[in-house]
Design a binder for this molecule. Structure first.
Ligand code: AMP
Ligand code: MN
Ligand code: MN
Ligand code: MN
Length: 284
């Protein structure tokens, strides 16, 4: 039976709405045979996901989605096949949790100045032990009827330059790629078209990413159409990057994105799983 991969999704360890167990179960029901859990800046959901995957009989690839800074802009780097116990990577996630908490306090202060109190308590409660993200703030703004969609929350309050935006200095892209690589994983540039870069900036980014040791790029995501897949596949070929496929699933409440519901990777692109399966074989 052919494998069905989904190499990018979120659980309640960051801004997803399902527990790692429920996420793995849903992936299995959707026909996914290899799933990477890639929560924002944390590996906290991986142990539970691995237990669920062993019971369900699907393959779990340990992953993470690092927020990283390059040229003063935030980019997301997915790590696949990482060792979550690699001490520098674990220490990085602890620092990132503190950074995210401090950012949350500043976002809440800005909202308070806009006469929207109570955000910090609400997002802390919603995130629980997990990472606090802007999605938690968006949910809070929705629940208090300050906005009518998640998108509006970003457009009016949380997006870059908006009323409650807090500029964050994440770790540098090169550093994030190093943690992934040194822990035995493959670094993949997530959703490359979401950064709205010009072609020349995209080329500079990809050159810097490769130079840092990046090996893959998400060619197929839950929202790309055929033209967009072609555009990214061209970048993958030109920069000799392997192609990844990942839905970026967050919640069943969003009917446009489902686990495993992904277009096939163009056949001229090296699948990223050939890289980490190869690494695993070498390690075995
Ligand atoms: P953070 O990492 O805390 O900055 O939060 C980023 C998360 O917010 C992303 O991973 C998305 O899940 C979500 N997000 C970012 N922009 C938007 C948007 N325009 N609409 C809805 N969700 C968004
Ligand atoms: Mn997210
Ligand atoms: Mn992302
Ligand atoms: Mn994501």
């Amino acid at each position: 039976m052919p494998e069905t991969y989904d190499l990018h999704c979120h659980s309640i360890a960051s801004d997803g709405s399902l527990s790692p167990t429920d996420l793995v179960q849903r992936a299995h029901e959707q026909g996914v045979t290899s799933l990477a859990l890639t929560d924002h800046d944390t590996v906290a959901g991986l142990a539970e996901a691995q237990t669920a995957a062993s019971i369900t009989g699907i393959k779990l690839i340990p992953g993470i989605e690092f927020s990283a800074t390059w040229q003063n802009k935030c980019f997301h780097i997915v790590g696949l096949g990482i060792d979550p116990d690699y001490p520098p990577l674990r220490e990085a996630t602890h620092s990132l949790q503190i950074m995210r908490m401090e950012r949350a306090e500043k976002i809440a202060d800005k909202l308070e100045k806009k006469r929207i109190p109570g955000a910090l308590d609400a997002v802390k409660k919603a995130a629980g032990e997990g990472m606090i993200t802007r999605s938690h703030f968006a949910d809070f703004l929705l629940s208090q009827f300050h906005v009518s969609t998640q998108q509006e929350a970003f457009d009016r309050y949380l997006g870059a330059g908006k009323a409650a935006f807090v500029s964050t200095t994440w770790y540098e892209l090169e550093q994030a790629v190093n943690w992934i690589t040194q822990s035995g994983g493959v670094a993949v540039l997530a959703h490359p078209l979401r950064y709205k870069l010009t072609a020349s900036w995209m080329q500079r980014l990809l050159a810097a990413f490769k130079e840092a040791g990046g090996l893959g790029i998400e060619v197929v995501t839950g929202r790309y159409n055929a033209d967009e897949i072609k555009t990214v596949a061209n970048y993958a070929s030109r920069f000799e990057l392997a192609g990844s496929v990942g839905s970026d699933f967050h919640s069943p409440a969003n009917p446009w994105v489902e686990l495993g519901r992904l277009a096939p990777l163009p056949t001229n692109i090296t699948p990223v799983w050939e890289l980490f399966e190869h690494l695993n074989e070498q390690a075995a």
